[in-house]
Design a protein around this ligand. Structure first.
Ligand code: MN
Length: 297
């Protein structure tokens, strides 16, 4: 085996009874249609990232992400979709190829998972990342949306594409490709064919981008509906590549993560961090939300 089995510190034991190799903080309540994640009392800092679009060849972004995963002082990292530019099935991962891009990514995740908890939500680029690969990486797959209880409040987490209701073509495409039947048929195709299809889709997407098409944004009314359902005040999401803090009224907020491009001018390597304030407990709450830029040096 190339990966060593995860060794758990005693402070984390309480939430990994079900499977010692993957963080388990999930439960489902009757009152909520979505997955509920309860932060362990020991968590003080949580990092959120999304839309890194990691790919072989984008070396600067991979290195910045690797550096972040190796050095973050957070207790948990939530990856809210599109970690990978494309993922056509877990069989792309060939552990015997030590220098392959996917192997290096898995090593970064596995190594980080030895000292912090990693949660992965699918994006529209990497929704075919499966339970098998997630387990190898030591990260827990979570649903979209998911509700996180931390610092005495509920935080609604999503990739964000499911809220771009105005893009009806995409919503139809999404409904299709997120279905079990489509995925079974697609994954049954030879790997080379899947890679070819992915290349075509990306080329189409690039052409569309260059044509100056205006992408639809998250629908604020639906975002408020989701927040009310989750009894949350903050929605944290990515996907749109438009980092901002939107006030939606009624004390509701939509916090949008930045995408990453370490070779961009200026570089984009931003992390959103929640920090439980000193002396605050998870019951009484009180935490700060900050955008931090990882050290590129
Ligand atoms: Mn996306």
């Amino acid at each position: 085996m190339m990966f060593r089995r995860k060794t758990w510190s005693s402070k984390r034991l309480w939430h990994c009874e079900m499977n010692a190799s993957v963080p388990q903080v999930t439960a489902r309540t009757a009152a909520l249609p979505w997955q509920l994640l309860q932060a362990p009392p020991s968590w003080r800092n949580i990092d959120f990232i999304s839309d890194l679009h990691l790919q072989d060849g984008a070396v600067a972004t991979f290195c910045a992400w690797q550096d972040f995963m190796q050095t973050t002082q957070a207790d948990a990292v939530f990856i809210l979709g599109d970690l990978f530019e494309v993922w056509v099935g877990d069989d792309i991962f060939k552990p015997e190829q030590a220098q392959a891009f996917e192997t290096r990514c898995a090593q970064v995740l596995k190594s980080a998972s030895q000292r912090l908890d990693i949660f992965f939500m699918h994006g529209n680029r990497d929704f075919l990342l499966g339970a098998e690969f997630a387990k190898i990486c030591g990260m827990a797959l979570i649903g979209d949306p998911a509700v996180l209880e931390f610092a005495g409040q509920s935080w609604l987490l999503s990739h964000g594409d499911a809220l771009c209701l105005m893009d009806t073509d995409y919503m139809a495409f999404r409904a299709q490709v997120r279905g079990v039947k489509w995925q079974q048929e697609f994954l049954a195709r030879p790997l080379a064919q899947r890679l070819e299809i992915a290349r075509e889709l990306r080329a189409q997407s690039e052409t569309r981008k260059r044509s100056g098409v205006v992408y639809s944004d998250v629908d604020n009314t639906e975002a408020c509906n989701w927040l009310h359902t989750a009894k949350a005040s903050h929605l944290i999401h990515g996907h749109t590549h438009k980092p901002a803090d939107h006030e939606l009224g009624d004390n509701l907020r939509r916090v949008v993560l930045s995408d990453w491009d370490a070779a961009g001018k200026p570089p984009r390597v931003e992390v959103l961090r929640l920090t439980l304030k000193a002396a605050a407990s998870h019951q009484t709450g009180s935490c700060s939300i900050r955008r931090i830029t990882t050290d590129l040096a």
